[in-house]
Write a protein that binds this ligand. Structure first.
Ligand SMILES: *[C@@H]1O[C@H](CO)[C@@H](O)[C@H](O)[C@H]1NC(C)=O
Ligand SMILES: *[C@@H]1O[C@H](CO)[C@@H](O)[C@H](O)[C@H]1NC(C)=O
Length: 340
């Protein structure tokens, strides 16, 4: 899934920056992956979706659903876009195959285009990148209005695309004008939802007593947030591992930060805490490192023996699960808990 993750999870934006982003993925020769998937995101929240089996786009947030009710022709426009882009991107794959790029078996070709707008500074920018099998392939430079190959294989495609002046004019207009126009409309329309703040629910998770303690925050919005561990009130960097911010299915986000506690003495535990912080709202969530608060499904070996003897088959099954190292968190509060 690395290929798709590449484009879906982008660096965290700060300040009053808004982004409209479209990602298209065309795959050939990959089982269980639709031939074509397109996603529209505003501020990293998926607002609409279509794929090769569902060419009528599906609005994904409450406000984009409401928008479609109010302005049904938006949906027609997206249906047209979805069909057209599916045709275009398949054509591009054929062209790559002709040039012996992506020639063997499976091929994934992606496009990510869109624009950024800072509603405070009024700074704007547009972007359009293509990726091939998970690697950057070719990008559009809005300053020079030329294509820039990211690999040596892309050079031949660059030359071909640079000759297509109609397409260059299209992207110049789309990225500098149309995209911003749409983004500003979406932000105005989805305002109450896009400018809300949902605090996270934070839990401490641990696989086994010697594993790092994972401070896990989920259900928060927006994604302009950070999380870190403190000792005596000071942020620490050693023995800390930061995870990426990932989207949940309900338009909220999750992230984690791990602390390797192998060198922390039991009496020092109370000096540590985990802090979740939004970058523009003062709503810190502080969680003390406390053994009693750690959620785990690790079962001490001695308990296991008792269980195996008294529980017979059930105990044996549990033991098997333990041996294969499968630790699965149960679903809780509709929020996704990671599989450790
Ligand atoms: C590119 O877009 C800008 C801004 O809309 C416009 O001023 C410029 O003339 C366009 N260039 C071309 C070659 O279309
Ligand atoms: C935790 O730290 C110890 C020593 O400081 C190290 O041996 C161990 O590999 C670390 N564990 C992880 C999961 O990084």
């Amino acid at each position: 899934m690395k290929l798709i993750l590449l484009f879906l999870f982008c660096p965290i934006a700060f300040s009053a920056k808004h982004t409209l982003r479209y990602t298209l993925t065309a795959a050939s020769g990959i089982p269980n992956l639709p031939e074509f998937v397109a996603v529209a995101l505003v501020d990293n929240v998926e607002i609409g979706y279509c794929d090769s089996h569902r060419i009528n786009p599906e609005p994904k947030t409450d406000w984009s659903k409401k928008g479609v009710e109010l302005y049904p022709n938006v949906l027609d426009w997206y249906t047209y876009k979805c069909e057209r882009n599916q045709r275009l991107i398949k054509m591009r794959i054929e062209s790559l195959k002709k040039h012996f790029i992506c020639s063997t078996g499976a091929c994934v070709f992606q496009r990510m285009n869109g624009c950024d707008w800072d509603d405070q500074t009024a700074d704007t920018s547009g972007f359009n990148r293509y990726g091939c099998n998970g690697e950057d392939f070719i990008t559009f430079d809005l300053k020079t209005l030329t294509w820039v190959g990211q690999t040596s294989q892309a050079d031949i495609i660059k030359q071909e695309w640079d000759r297509d002046t109609r397409r260059i004019r299209f992207w110049n207009n789309t990225l500098t004008y149309e995209c911003l126009h749409s983004l500003k409309e979406y932000v105005a329309f989805g305002k109450s939802s896009l400018q809300r703040t949902d605090p996270p629910s934070v839990s401490l998770l641990q696989k086994t007593p010697s594993s790092p303690v994972s401070c896990h925050a989920t259900g928060f919005y927006p994604d302009r947030a950070s999380m870190f561990w403190r000792k005596d009130g000071e942020e620490i960097h050693e023995d800390v591992d930061h995870g990426e911010i990932l989207p949940n299915h309900d338009g909220t986000f999750q992230m984690r930060v791990d602390l390797n506690i192998s060198s922390v003495k039991p009496e020092d535990w109370s000096r540590y805490d985990c802090v979740f912080q939004f970058s523009d709202v003062k709503k810190d969530v502080i969680t003390k490192l406390d053994k009693a608060e750690i959620r785990t499904n690790w079962v001490p070996p001695s308990d296991f023996l008792v269980a195996a003897v008294t529980g017979g088959v059930v105990g044996l099954l549990l033991l098997l699960v333990c041996i294969t190292g499968l630790f699965i968190w149960r679903k809780n509060d509709n929020n996704r808990i990671p599989v450790l």
